[in-house]
Design a protein around this ligand. Structure first.
Ligand SMILES: [Zn+2]
Length: 831
């Protein structure tokens, strides 16, 4: 469903949502010390958690800690047993006499936990995956530290920590902060870590297994990455630029990397891309990659994102989850900051353009919400495209609004004033005000505390008689009392002359006196405004922009207008840019627009571009060719589908080849489905292609690909493909429904998520029961959210056939009426 032309959106808050605020405090936690003995064979953890608390302004007789499914054996303070009680997800520690205000107490909780539901994950070999190497990792964000140690598990509670981790001799263990001791004792190796700068419990980590340590030179603190044996070269490709990134961020922020060391450790089956645990980031091992993937896949955005969190998230921590954009939007924005330093401004601005695209997609398909929002069931629901990409785009817009020098002065001020503290948006607003004098409350109200964005249509017309250029800026989103037009200042530039104009009304016309018709008309040259912008400049101005606007974003917008226009003049401008633009992203975006046009000239242009030297352009071209169900297109796709230099081009070509439904496709897709490639990229492409064929022979192949033993991404792709196949062929529905319903019930996070996606696509009523169950009882908040949304959309979709049937009935009635009138007319004429 799409909500393009209305302000109506699905609500973000699901039934059962409540307003969340950080809990009250009775104590301040000063320190947490962990003694941990993980057992990888028995999937167990023995621990002693020693906590030092200071009572605030009132005596404390009971301290309630978060602790889920932990078996508590004792609580002791100064060799004296303390009374404790457990209830649900809580552990009450009783102080008798009560802890007096401003005094501290240290107490040790001895506990154990067996294969917990969340927080601590054990990876082990199985019959289906015998090659898996035994190891364990923790994942505490958002509130899952409580599954492996008792604590006050909220982001505003910051404490110093230390950890002693005892593992079998020769194994490695990672914790937060400085490694102060590493010794062998009996059959064990003991690691001791100290994290002196206070941090939140969601950033506490323990990872252990037979990891290989690789030191990295050139950073301001000792820096390492850790991979399981055999992945060292892949690790270097993934993490090689870390020291360079650290230097860029230190310079930009004028603040040294804050902690004693920095480690990245790549683990299997990780349920996120990366997690910025203080000084010790956990990364998915799926980011480790081979030489062929390195052609057009980079771990740099992920690595930069997690490294940026060491400042934004770890050193300055969102006070509660409603403020999580202060973590995630900054980390996203700094992916772009590193890209700019590494690859240049075009890559940065294209990143910012992509952020807007991904946010717009979520806004259209899912919901609209303010970036700061505390109405949810699980905090993890907030970790969406609003929190990452939209917020990143808002920071880019702020950069434009303040200008380069003031922006960085403000960001540095914000970091300096708030280091080691918990932050809220107001802290950023104040830092900007103090560093630059600018009062940005209106800006934040508009972009952070309210939802939505303007849809802009930008037109230009030169009137030779009046000697004036009229630039029109129309806000095409519905504007009414509740949703007034957006107000913002924006630069426009005509033949090198730049003026700043203020946009306030739904329709604005800016008249610029000019003696002759200008060549280049530029709207928002920095592409700062967060908006869905369409150009209607006319072929002349759009062609000039596509050929000569220095901004990548402007060239893309102009190119889209020209593809839509399709006139001879427009086509030649598009052809020239498609072949000759200096930046690959312009050609890639043009490819997408050409595919959507489905025009013959576009098809010919795309077929010719399958040999483009840039792999990301070839990928976009192959994707776009999926729009043409023609034998000439199928023929052209065979070469890349059977062996492009890039995995991703081959994947896109396989998918597109399936869409052509060529007779030759089945055999090629079947063979590709049986290969084994990095992260299952080729097999996934083959699965998606098979799903498009509308050929029952694909069903057994797809079912096979969903089975345990295969790559997790391939299994997900095969589920989606089964849904697609069933959409096309009613005869295959039962098999698809069975497999997808089974996946929704699967205990594996990725399979369940793949099942939810596929279910939503096929929208069958048989999915409602398993989705409803997952929405209530799924082990991860993201699964619960996705399942609830999918179930709601399926219920919406199932109403549609009824409505269509209704229309048909109306049509039949009209036909009947028409027939009767005709009969009467015939009778009259006969008479
Ligand atoms: Zn992040």
């Amino acid at each position: 469903m799409s909500f393009d032309d209305t302000n109506e959106r699905r609500a973000f808050a699901l039934p059962g949502s409540t307003l969340h605020y950080g809990p009250d405090k009775t104590v301040d936690v000063e320190h947490v010390d962990l003694h941990l003995v993980p057992d990888l064979e028995r999937l167990r953890l023995e621990g002693v958690c020693t906590t030092t608390v200071r009572a605030l302004d009132e005596p404390v007789s009971v301290l309630t800690l978060d602790a889920v499914d932990l078996v508590i054996s004792s609580v002791e303070s100064d060799a004296r047993k303390l009374k404790f009680t457990t209830r649900g997800d809580r552990l009450d520690v009783h102080f008798d006499p009560p802890l007096a205000p401003e005094t501290t107490a240290t107490f040790a909780i001895a506990y154990s936990v067996e294969n917990p539901r969340h927080g601590l994950f054990f990876v082990e070999p199985s019959t289906e995956y015998p090659k898996k190497i035994r190891h364990a990792w923790t994942q505490c964000q958002d509130e899952n530290a409580r599954y492996w140690f008792p604590c006050l598990d909220y982001p505003h509670e910051k404490q110093s920590t230390s950890a002693t981790i005892a593992v079998p001799k020769g194994q490695f263990a990672l914790g937060n902060g400085a490694l102060v001791e590493r010794r062998d004792e009996g059959g064990k190796t003991i690691f001791r870590y100290q994290q002196g700068i206070p941090h939140a419990t969601y950033l506490v980590t323990m990872v252990t297994g037979p990891f290989v340590e690789v030191p990295q030179a050139g950073a301001s603190v000792p820096t390492y990455y850790y991979v399981l044996p055999g992945r060292e070269a892949d690790g270097e490709r993934a993490f090689g630029k870390t020291p360079e990134m650290m230097a860029v961020f230190e310079e930009r922020l004028d603040c040294p990397y804050p902690y004693a060391r920095y480690s990245q450790i790549a683990v299997s089956d990780f349920i996120f891309g990366g997690m910025e645990n203080t000084s010790a980031t956990t990364q998915t091992d799926r980011t480790l990659h081979d030489e062929r993937a390195h052609l057009d896949f980079s771990s740099d955005p992920l690595v930069a994102h997690e490294l940026a969190h060491q400042w934004f998230g770890d050193l300055l921590t969102c006070r509660d989850w409603s403020q999580a954009w202060l973590n995630e939007s900054f980390a996203t924005f700094f992916e772009g900051v590193f890209r700019e330093a590494d690859l240049g401004y075009d890559e940065y601005i294209y990143d910012a353009f992509e952020w807007v695209k991904r946010y717009l997609d979520e806004d259209r398909r899912r919901y609209r919400r303010p970036i700061v929002c505390n109405d949810y069931r699980d905090p993890i629901e907030l970790f969406d495209r609003h929190l990452y990409e939209k917020g990143g785009a808002v920071l880019h817009m702020l950069r434009g609004e303040l200008g380069e020098a003031r922006f960085w002065r403000a960001i540095r001020r914000y970091v300096r004033d708030n280091a080691q503290r918990s932050v809220e948006t107001i802290d950023l607003i104040r830092a900007i005000e103090q560093a630059t004098g600018r009062n940005m409350r209106g800006f934040f109200d508009r972009w952070i505390f309210s939802g939505g964005h303007p849809q802009l249509c930008v037109g230009a017309n030169y009137d030779a008689q009046r000697r004036a250029l009229a630039l029109t800026i129309d806000q095409t989103q519905p504007v009414d009392l509740q949703n007034p037009a957006f107000a913002f200042a924006v630069d426009v530039e005509v033949d090198g002359r730049r003026v700043r104009v203020r946009i306030e009304r739904e329709h604005e016309t800016i008249t610029i006196p000019l003696d002759s018709e200008p060549t280049l008309v530029r709207f928002d040259p920095g592409a700062f405004i967060l908006a869905d912008v369409t150009y209607a400049l006319g072929v002349r101005f759009a062609s000039a922009a596509l050929a000569g606007d220095p901004s990548v974003v402007a060239r893309i917008r102009a190119g889209r207008e020209l593809v839509k226009d399709g006139s001879a003049q427009a086509r030649s401008a598009v052809e020239a840019a498609f072949k000759g633009d200096a930046f690959w992203g312009v050609a890639a975006e043009l490819a997408g627009a050409l595919g959507k046009s489905r025009a013959a000239w576009a098809r010919d242009l795309l077929v010719g571009a399958l040999a483009h030297p840039h792999p990301k352009v070839r990928r976009a071209v192959a994707d776009a060719l999926g729009e043409f169900r023609e034998s000439a297109v199928a023929k052209a796709l065979i070469a890349p589908a059977t062996g492009d230099a890039s995995y991703f081009v081959q994947r896109a070509a396989l998918h597109a080849l399936g869409k052509t439904r060529s007779e030759k496709a089945f055999k090629i897709l079947r063979d590709a489905a049986r290969t084994t490639s990095w992260n299952g990229v080729i097999e996934s492409g083959a699965a998606l292609g098979l799903g498009e064929l509308a050929d029952p022979r694909a069903t057994p192949l797809l079912l096979e690909l969903t089975k345990p033993g295969g790559d997790i991404a391939t299994r997900g792709a095969a589920l989606l493909a089964l849904a697609r196949q069933a959409e096309l062929l009613e005869s295959e529905r039962a098999a698809a429904v069975d497999a997808i319903a089974g996946a929704i019930r699967d205990g594996n996070f990725f399979i369940a998520r793949g099942g939810v996606l596929a279910a939503e696509r096929l929208a069958d009523k048989h999915f409602l029961a398993p989705l409803d169950r997952l929405a209530q009882t799924g082990f991860d908040g993201r699964l619960r959210r996705d399942a609830a949304e999918a179930a709601a959309r399926i219920r919406e979709a199932l109403k549609t056939p009824a409505a269509v049937t209704g229309l048909r009935t109306d049509l039949d009635a009209l036909r009947e009426e028409h027939r009767k009138i005709q009969e009467k007319l015939d009778a009259i004429s006969r008479a």
